[in-house]
Design a protein around this ligand. Structure first.
Ligand code: C2O
Ligand code: CU
Length: 489
């Protein structure tokens, strides 16, 4: 049974030694070129997945015929190479979310590479500097390609990983299924784009309905959570289980217990150490409590069988730090960033934040009703903005152009009535403050979730040269303009 809740092991592509030699920088290879044995291939295409149960096979898009795609595991500092083969009927790319790759490997169509045409291939090669929990997904029409199932986990292992009995990856997702039980169309609809994004009605863990996680007493599990949903925010309440958070967005954080539900916006990750110091026969519920009135039990944790050890292991030590340059705040270059737009923005933010939060949470047409069905959606004049600009395509004039090595301090304000997970490519940043209050852990993230009206300061050393995307990871918001470019010279 646990197998259903577990990605590591079955279906996972084990990566270890025996890597194919790195064949220089990546790039396109002609169709028909033979693939070297042992070289990893990720092939996009149509397939099916048991989204609502073992007996269901629902048409989806996947890598190598599965959702999620193969779990890629490799060692920190180990050369990595993947050949993307595109068997979709549309262009695609792969973005290695959160990995500090060279710009040409970042997978942003037109900005860092030409999109990969149907039937074409593209070779990605890089050596990850950071250990941690990352993921991969297309950056071409991602609101539909990711929404139909193109994503997979990328796990970079520490040289000396913490002692655990099992290391599991859970890719959380939601799907919008219609009455026939098929994925409904309407990807990128204006309604979704201007509100909460495409929220689904069917939740999966690793492409299947959640099954209980069954552990033995005093077992220690490292649980790597990845939110692969287009738009859904998870607020995970572990109740008594009280796990230890050891990493956020792949980057080590001072180990700590949760004092509130764990908020995971789209694209965000958390590494937890869960100790099952409970007797056999006990059961704990994991609830998702983010959306008011729509709280539900995501899954359960159950203790069964003979104890693994006499008593639980002592609290985990911090993970070894990654080689990230420390921001120099004294000399930082400060930039104001304003996120704007969306339904409530258009209305001059007349409603309170909590009204809009409720709207975002329910995804209902409540606001529309309140505005008297004014036809706002049909005007074609709305978008999301970064510093007043609603961007289209992937190539933009940079909003910031930094000399390599400069510390950038972004003082960001969400002037909308909606939540936004804001993602920067090519770097991880420290989250310094929220609404003027220093954060407790000064955590490193690559995606920071901003509440309506919230002000967040982040800082990082702009040390990775290139043009980098900076966008909301609610994929419909991104497509509707909430994106920009930061240039590092
Ligand atoms: Cu996970 Cu720009 O993306
Ligand atoms: Cu957004």
């Amino acid at each position: 049974m646990t197998r259903r809740a577990v990605l590591a092991g079955s279906g996972a592509l084990a990566i270890g030694g025996g890597l194919a030699a790195v064949l220089g920088a990546g790039g396109r290879t002609p169709v028909g070129a033979s693939t070297t044995a042992g070289r990893r291939v990720l092939k996009t295409g149509t397939t099916s997945a048991p989204l609502v149960g073992e007996a269901s096979q629902i048409p989806v898009w996947g890598y190598n015929g599965s959702v999620p795609g193969p779990a890629l595991r490799l060692g920190q500092g180990e050369a990595f190479e993947v050949l993307l083969e595109n068997a979709l009927e549309e262009k695609t790319t792969i973005h290695w979310h959160g990995v500090r790759v060279p710009n040409a490997m970042d997978g942003v169509p037109h900005l860092t590479q030409p999109p990969v045409e149907p039937g074409e291939r593209f070779r990605y090669a890089f050596t990850p500097e950071d250990a941690g929990t990352f993921w991969y997904h297309p950056h071409q029409r991602s609101f539909e390609q990711v929404g139909r199932g193109l994503y997979g986990p990328l796990i970079i292992e520490e040289a000396d990983p913490p002692q655990v009995d099992r290391d599991l990856v859970w890719m959380l997702d939601d799907w919008r299924l219609n009455d026939q039980g098929q994925i409904s169309g309407g990807f990128g609809s204006r309604h979704d784009a201007m509100m909460a994004g495409r929220i689904g009605n069917t939740i999966t863990i690793n492409g299947k309905p959640a099954a209980p996680l069954i552990a033995r007493p005093n077992e220690r599990i490292r649980l790597r959570l990845v939110n692969a949903a287009n738009a859904r925010i998870f607020g995970l309440d572990f109740g008594e289980l009280d796990p230890m958070v050891v990493a956020l967005d792949g980057q080590p954080v001072e180990p700590h217990r949760l004092s509130a539900p764990l908020l995971l916006g789209p694209a965000m990750r958390a590494d937890l150490i869960v100790d099952f110091d409970y007797p056999a026969g006990t059961r704990h519920s994991l609830r998702d409590v983010f959306y008011d009135g729509l709280e539900y039990e995501l899954t359960t944790f159950e203790c069964q069988g003979k104890e693994v050890r006499e008593r639980r292991l002592s609290d985990p030590a911090p993970l070894p730090p990654n080689p990230l340059a420390e921001p120099e705040l004294a000399t930082a270059e400060r930039h104001r960033i304003i996120f704007g737009g969306g339904m409530m923005g258009m209305m001059g933010r007349t409603a309170s934040g909590s009204d809009a939060r409720n709207e975002q949470r329910t995804g209902s047409g409540m606001m529309m009703g309140r505005m008297g069905g004014s036809g706002m959606m049909s005007g074609g004049m709305m978008g999301w903005t970064v510093n007043g600009v609603s961007a289209s395509g992937h190539v933009h004039d940079p909003i910031i152009s930094a000399v390599r090595g400069t510390t950038l301090l972004l003082d960001m304000t969400n002037e909308t009535a909606w939540w936004h997970p804001i993602h920067l490519h090519g770097h991880s940043f420290r989250v310094l403050s929220r609404n003027g209050q220093p954060t407790r852990y000064q955590e490193w993230q690559d995606t920071v979730l901003m509440a309506p009206e919230e002000r967040v300061e982040i800082a990082f050393v702009a040390d990775n040269p290139g043009d980098w995307m900076f966008h909301c990871h609610i994929l419909e918001h991104q497509a509707a303009g909430m994106m920009a470019t930061i240039r590092v010279n």
